[in-house]
Design a protein around this ligand. Structure first.
Ligand SMILES: Cc1cc2nc3c(=O)[nH]c(=O)nc-3n(C[C@H](O)[C@H](O)[C@H](O)COP(=O)(O)O)c2cc1C
Length: 69
């Protein structure tokens, strides 16, 4: 089982908050944490791959009251 942490973070704030959440989670679940940015266009060329027992954490900023995928 892995923790896969997906994030959109142009200026790094979202990634910082994500790390604060996901690192203790990794210790709690005794799981490796894999970070996956989809901030840059080239990081969005392939669809994410998930295993059945992966834990997915997703972090994105709010822009104008909306979240971005
Ligand atoms: C154009 C723009 C619009 C924003 N709109 C909101 C908003 O509606 N609500 C909010 O809480 N934060 C808003 N923010 C703040 C961002 O969500 C915040 O700066 C976030 O940390 C940016 O993520 P990043 O540091 O990972 O790039 C906005 C920021 C920008 C640049």
């Amino acid at each position: 089982m892995k923790i896969k942490a997906y994030y959109f973070s142009p200026t790094g704030g979202t990634l910082q908050v994500l790390r604060e959440f996901v690192e203790p989670l990794g210790m709690l679940l005794l799981s490796e944490v894999e970070y996956h940015s989809y901030t840059l266009p080239e990081e969005r060329e392939e669809l994410p791959q998930f295993a059945e027992d992966d834990v997915i954490v997703w972090a994105t900023p709010v822009y104008a009251g909306r979240i971005s995928f």
